[in-house]
Each structure stands twice: as C-alpha cells, then as structure tokens.
Ligand binder design. Structure first.
Ligand code: IMP
Ligand code: MG
Length: 179
C-alpha cells in the first residue's frame, strides 16, 4: 500500500490475536447467552472475524455512533446514529470496538447501554491507545496496545478511506496534507 508509511500489524498477526480473543471469550461465557454489539463502521471487519472464533451460540447487532468528522481529533460530541433492535435486559452484552483512544465514545455508549439493564456489560477492543485516555475505561478484552499514532486499515479509516485494507498501518504524512 503506497499510502502507508509503516505496517503495524499484518493480517496474520491480526488473525492470530482474534483467534486468542475468541478462545478467551468462549471460555468466559460458557453456559451464558452472549449478545455481541459491534460499533459501526470501524468494528465491522473485527467483529465479523471475532464472532467466528467464539464457539458458543450468540446473537449480534450493530450500533453506529458518531464522534469524529474527517479530522483525526475528537470533537467530543457523541451521537447515536443507529441503535440496536434487540432488548438488552437480562442479557450478557459484549461491546466490540475497533479502537479506544480518549475513551469518550465508549464512556458515553456504556452509560447508555447500562441504562438498559443488561446482566453484564463488557468491552472487547481490537486496539487500545492507553496513553491518550481522558476518561477511565478498561476493556476486558484488548487485542493490541499501540502507541499514539493514527492508524488505518481493518475497519479503521481516515476520512472514510482505507477501511478495506487487510493490515493495520500508519499513513504517510502527505495523505493528511492532501498531496
Ligand atoms: P475515542 O472516543 O477518542 O476513544 O475515539 C474512538 C473512535 O475514534 C474510534 O472508534 C475510531 O473511530 C476513532 N479513532 C481513534 N483513533 C483512531 C486511529 O488511530 N485511526 C482511526 N480511527 C481512530
Ligand atoms: Mg472512525
């Protein structure tokens, strides 16, 4: 990919870690009814791979929230653009996210979901940038902790581009500069 300055995670590394996360989740939710909620659009490839590595019956749904425009900085304002259709009361809910950065998006989302009285509420994120955290959020399942770099691929975008890449990488600066 000519736009990438560096590849952080190859498709093989991602697949191996997704398999491990799936095994962990499978063990932790034995005998429980699992409800997976993927956060659009970024978590889509991750969720699609993860659910096939979870070897217990589950249901899934999708939610869309918006907190970022075409910029790489958070605007702070979180909006639910698409809600789930299923009831969460009494269910074991696992929220699947692409990346936790400041944590603001997830903080808002978790508060919103908590108010629907699930039996349990946990988070599985593929990537975590712990150095950027502004609010206390600790994902129960975390694929990779990464440094404070803006990454794209495997669902992650820059201005809606690069989500389709099979790897995760850092963009060349000229992409931001529009050259
Ligand atoms: P937070 O509210 O700051 O935690 O932002 C989380 C959201 O910001 C993620 O779901 C992504 O959509 C976006 N985001 C944060 N860091 C990156 C990145 O490095 N690349 C692409 N999107 C990112
Ligand atoms: Mg995004």
């Amino acid at each position: 990919m000519k736009e990438l300055a560096e590849i952080l995670l190859t498709p093989e590394q991602i697949a191996a870690r997704v398999q491990e996360l799936g095994a962990e989740i499978t063990a932790d939710y034995q005998g429980k009814e699992l409800m997976v909620i993927g956060i659009l659009k970024g978590a889509l490839p991750f969720m699609a791979d993860l659910i096939r590595q979870i070897k217990i019956p589950l249901k899934y749904d999708l939610m869309a929230v918006s907190s970022y425009g075409a910029s790489t900085r958070t605007s702070g304002a979180v909006q639910i653009l698409k809600d789930i259709e299923m009831e969460l009361e009494g269910r074991h809910v696992l929220v699947v996210e692409d990346i936790i950065d400041t944590g603001l998006t997830l903080k808002y989302l978790l508060n919103n979901l908590k108010a629907r009285h699930p039996s349990s509420l946990k988070v599985c994120t593929l990537l975590d940038k712990p150095s950027r955290r502004e609010v206390e959020i600790r994902p129960e399942y975390n694929g990779f902790a990464i440094p404070d770099r803006f990454v794209v691929g495997y669902g992650l975008d820059y201005a809606e581009r690069f989500r389709e890449l099979p790897m995760i990488g850092v963009l060349k600066p000229e992409v931001y500069e529009g050259k």
